[in-house]
Design a protein around this ligand. Structure first.
Ligand SMILES: [Zn+2]
Length: 221
């Protein structure tokens, strides 16, 4: 039951690179979430990883304190937002808001990094837009394709980003919801999006507002 060594503690914020990370919830070491064991593995030593939550005191992004190998976390991912009515409603209204705001044309491409089972992209697809999901979980990529959501089953990386760029895949919008707080090295930032002439880039993650009571509680704790 020992913590695994192939993980590391994050020293810089994943959004603004600040070193001012304040850990406000430390849950010790935990097995991979939803990592249900096979019967044959029950007697084995289950890998455990540090699980803590920190807030960046510069930009207030809430993020995990430690990074575990992405392949281990995401290759078979069991959390599916579409099983929650709240998340379905949220993604539907988010898609409709974005369509209204940016006035996409018929062949415009919307790309979702960490697209899960294609729930969000499916709302764009139903409006006749082209969609491309990227997700490392093969079980989720399969579910997305069953919905008709074109999906690349891979971890989004600098190499994949370059490959798509070379193939002249030019999304008008890239979306990444709840991605940057969980892993390092997501090669999408406002800067890189501008460089690649991506028209719109939206990253959603849990932030804590500077002015909130919770924010001052963290600073004073
Ligand atoms: Zn930050």
């Amino acid at each position: 039951m020992t913590p695994q060594s192939n993980k590391y503690k994050a020293t810089h914020c994943r959004i603004c690179n600040s070193e001012k990370l304040y850990t406000f919830l430390d849950l010790g070491t935990m097995p991979i979430p939803n990592g249900f064991l096979e019967k044959k593995d029950l007697e084995k030593d289950e890998p455990r990883y540090p699980l803590g939550t920190a807030v960046c005191e510069s930009c207030w992004l809430v993020q995990l304190t430690h990074v575990v190998p992405a392949e281990m976390m995401f290759s078979n991912y069991l959390y599916i937002p579409s099983t929650s009515t709240t998340m379905l409603d949220h993604f539907q209204s988010m898609a409709h808001d974005l369509i209204e705001r940016f006035d996409f044309k018929g062949d415009d491409l919307i790309m979702d990094v960490g697209s899960n089972d294609g729930t969000l992209l499916n709302f764009f697809r139903q409006k006749g837009l082209s969609v491309l999901g990227i997700d490392p979980a093969s079980n989720l990529a399969h579910l997305a394709r069953m919905k008709g959501v074109n999906t690349i089953n891979a971890l989004f990386s600098a190499a994949l980003s370059a490959e798509l760029h070379q193939q002249k895949v030019k999304p008008k919008l890239i979306v990444a919801t709840n991605v940057v707080g969980l892993r390092d090295g997501v090669p999408v930032s406002a800067g890189s999006a501008r460089e690649k002439r991506i028209r719109h880039y939206l990253s959603r993650a849990p932030f804590l507002l500077r002015a909130s009571a919770a924010g001052s509680a963290f600073r004073n704790a």
